[in-house]
Design a protein around this ligand. Structure first.
Ligand SMILES: Cc1cc2nc3c(=O)[nH]c(=O)nc-3n(C[C@H](O)[C@H](O)[C@H](O)COP(=O)(O)OP(=O)(O)OC[C@H]3O[C@@H](n4cnc5c(N)ncnc54)[C@H](O)[C@@H]3O)c2cc1C
Length: 395
């Protein structure tokens, strides 16, 4: 099986930033991407909150991220990740193009649009129903369209659509938008934008193409029809984490839980960007996460290297492998270290639970195990359960 140091899943802002940091730290980096590098921003026309760039289209910013990452020569591969597994302590990324074993993995697969789930939505997708204003807005020149949603994306994309449409309704279930103040003010001062508050879409109807929305007023329960030629749905996002959801711990909705170092519940697997259970999902936060994840992955990988150094380089090593999740073994290690110090014996303690790769390399199957190595070669080994056992072994 192909073996790599750091495999990054997804080439959006988080994955591309992780690739820059990973390569600059000297790691071998492979990025797997199922589409075009760049991620979600490629479908937005306007980004004006990436520091240092006052205005750029999403595609421009995505292109500059990709070019920047390419400068450090990570390997880009066009592949869809179908599952992430741990087999005998090894992290295996399964893709439609084969399997890859990785020392460390960063999940940076971002998020995707949520569907409304109403009748007509699936039927009319591509025939008037869209999730991308930049991709499809120009098809609605001079027509009336509706945007569904009330967050930043809905309000900003509604403004973008006024370049083409004669009128843009923003249908929102609440009585005010939850988007930030600046985009809301911009939208409300645009004469082509008409908010339709307290309303939900019951159905999308038409003939060959979309012709109308069936709306329900959530306060009065009144049903009405809104004639539109296009419906742009921006009602939130869901994480692209299904391939790993049975492996790593997730929050409700499938968002991956991480530590501040972007560590998931599985050692050596990190997550960054929109796929994470986090407060803010933006380009700037995704990029920040990517940087942290790459540096945490670097420490993790080099820790493995450190173990190799302390175990294989010295002339003689007395090693004690134990499990840090077993209280009795933790106590034994404390006593063993005390004993070794009192006797002036050098003892290298290795947490086998966290260093499965090293255990495997040395063929250690049970814990605690003591081992004597001479310049990396095994001289002897024994199962130990007390300091007395260790004392006899080290004689
Ligand atoms: C319409 C719109 C407008 C936006 N406007 C702004 C804005 O103005 N400012 C701002 O800061 N943010 C904006 N955002 C949010 C911003 O785009 C995201 O926060 C950011 O892209 C997250 O980056 P990411 O790398 O975590 O994930 P993504 O950008 O989602 O990238 C994930 C990548 O992983 C790939 N992938 C997913 N699953 C797999 C798989 N199984 N195998 C292989 N590859 C996979 C995807 O193809 C994608 O390229 C906007 C988003 C949208 C949709």
């Amino acid at each position: 099986m192909e073996k790599r140091e750091l495999v990054i899943l997804g080439a959006g802002p988080a994955g591309l930033t992780a690739a820059i940091y990973g390569r600059r730290a000297g790691l071998d980096v492979l990025i797997l991407e199922r589409g075009m590098p760049g991620g979600q921003i490629t479908i937005t026309d306007e980004i004006e909150n990436w520091p240092g760039v006052q205005h750029a289209s999403g595609q421009e910013l995505a292109d500059s991220f990709r070019r920047h990452a390419e400068k450090f020569s990570p390997e880009f591969r066009d592949a869809t990740v179908t599952s992430l597994e741990v087999r005998d302590g090894r992290k295996v990324v399964v893709t439609d193009k084969g399997e890859i074993e990785a020392e460390a993995v960063i999940i940076a697969t971002g998020a995707n649009f949520k569907r409304l789930g109403c009748p007509g939505e699936a039927e009319y997708t591509g025939r008037g129903v869209s999730y991308c204003a930049v991709c499809d807005g120009a098809f609605f020149e001079g027509e009336e369209v509706a945007v569904i949603g009330g967050g930043n994306t809905a309000v900003e994309e509604a403004c973008y659509l006024t370049q083409f449409a004669s009128k843009v309704y923003i249908v929102h279930r609440r009585d005010s938008f939850r988007a930030d103040k600046v985009p809301v003010e911009r939208a409300m001062s645009n004469p082509k934008i008409v908010p339709v508050f307290n309303s939900v879409v019951e159905a999308i109807e038409g003939g060959e193409m979309v012709e109308r929305l069936v709306l329900k007023n959530v306060k009065t329960q009144e049903i009405s029809h809104l004639p539109v030629a296009g419906v742009f749905i921006f009602v939130g996002t869901a994480p692209n984490s299904g391939f790993a959801s049975s492996l790593v711990e997730t929050a409700p909705g499938g968002w991956i839980k991480t530590s501040p170092k972007m560590e998931t519940s599985v050692e050596g697997i990190f997550a960054a960007g929109d796929v994470r259970d986090t407060f803010l999902r933006q380009v700037v936060t995704a990029a920040g996460d990517g940087a942290v994840a790459a540096m945490a992955a670097y420490s993790y990988i080099t820790e493995q290297l450190h173990l190799q150094k302390v175990l294989f380089e010295p002339k003689r090593v007395n090693a004690l492998f134990y499990s840090s999740i077993d209280e009795a073994q933790v106590a034994l290690v404390a006593r063993a270290e005390e004993w070794a110090e009192s006797k002036g014996i050098s003892l290298t303690v290795v947490d086998g639970y966290r260093s499965l790769r090293m255990m495997e390399k040395l063929g250690v199957k049970e814990l605690p195990t003591a081992m004597v190595l001479h310049e990396g070669k095994e001289i002897s080994r024994a199962r130990v359960s007390s300091v007395e056992d260790l004392e006899i072994f080290c004689r």
